[in-house]
Design a protein around this ligand. Structure first.
Ligand code: PGA
Length: 265
């Protein structure tokens, strides 16, 4: 995996936005097939979304031929609830770009048949030709999407039970009450993300430092599902100085040296 280290979250977010834009343009230059992009919610990608919106508004980038698949959605939360991931994505991104409505895919957390909904999501990804680039964040417990500790690294889209840890972390959006955070979610699996041609994980701030260090230097483990990045042939971690702070000094130096030698290759 490649590790891109920036001074702070704002710089890291800009790097990620430029990378996505470059990939969309590269594909458009060689084929008419749509670019398929996997997307997260959370605080982490906000700077990236803001920069992508700016690029679209200034005419530098278009999402007209982009298909998106979001990572996850709460189970049982009305779609119109301000904290649903449907609401988040429209408010922070989709309402401000030129993506056709029918190109947006977000799991329906209120589906009458959740299993069928999850299976259909996997099929829709396959029908779109697979995901070109999946952008994700990480949880303080090392989750990727809502693949909490002990999720099989071979997991697919399914209903998951959130850890108490995650409900506490996310309670900041639910009036500070962990019990107000839905107990379950639908999430793409670790393998769904890892099947993507490229995976870019963003991690900013000191609260992510331990999970990030163990994903990078620790064993491949269902206890820290982001560690699956170790086996991805085209995995990029974009982080800030605070989030990379728990890796060994020599690991840090190596990542910096690789970036200096290879740039954004
Ligand atoms: P955050 O969440 O971006 O709000 O920190 C990330 C995650 O839980 O995956």
């Amino acid at each position: 995996m490649k590790v891109i280290i920036r001074e702070n979250a704002a710089e890291g977010g800009l790097w990620a936005a430029r990378h996505i834009a470059a990939r969309i343009r590269e594909k458009a230059a060689r084929t008419h097939k749509p670019f398929v992009l996997g997307l997260p919610t959370g605080s982490t990608p906000l700077a990236t979304y803001a920069e992508l919106v700016r690029m679209v508004r200034s005419g530098e980038l278009s999402f007209r031929n982009v298909i998106t698949f979001n990572m996850d959605e709460y189970v049982g939360l009305p779609e119109a609830h301000p904290e649903s991931y449907h609401s988040f994505m429209h408010k922070n991104f989709f309402d401000h770009i030129d993506i056709p409505k029918e190109n947006i895919h977000i799991l329906n957390g209120n589906a009458a048949d959740p299993e069928a909904e999850c299976a259909a999501y996997e099929q829709a990804i396959a029908k779109a030709g697979g995901i070109d680039l999946f952008m994700g964040g990480i949880g303080e417990d090392g989750h990727i999407a809502f693949n909490e500790p002990f999720s099989p690294l071979s997991s697919r889209t399914r209903v998951v039970t959130l850890t108490q840890d995650t409900r506490e972390v996310n309670s900041r959006f639910f009036g500070g009450d962990p019990d107000a955070v839905p107990a379950r979610a639908m999430s793409v699996g670790v393998a769904t993300v890892m099947d993507s041609r490229e995976v870019m994980i963003l991690a900013f701030g000191p609260k992510k430092a331990r999970a990030l260090a163990s994903a990078i230097e620790g064993p491949l483990s269902h206890y820290n599902t982001v560690s699956a990045m170790q086996n991805h042939p085209a995995g990029i971690i974009v982080c800030d100085e605070a989030a990379i702070g728990e890796v060994k000094v020599n690991s840090y130096r190596y990542f910096k040296a690789v970036e200096a030698a290879e740039g954004d290759a």
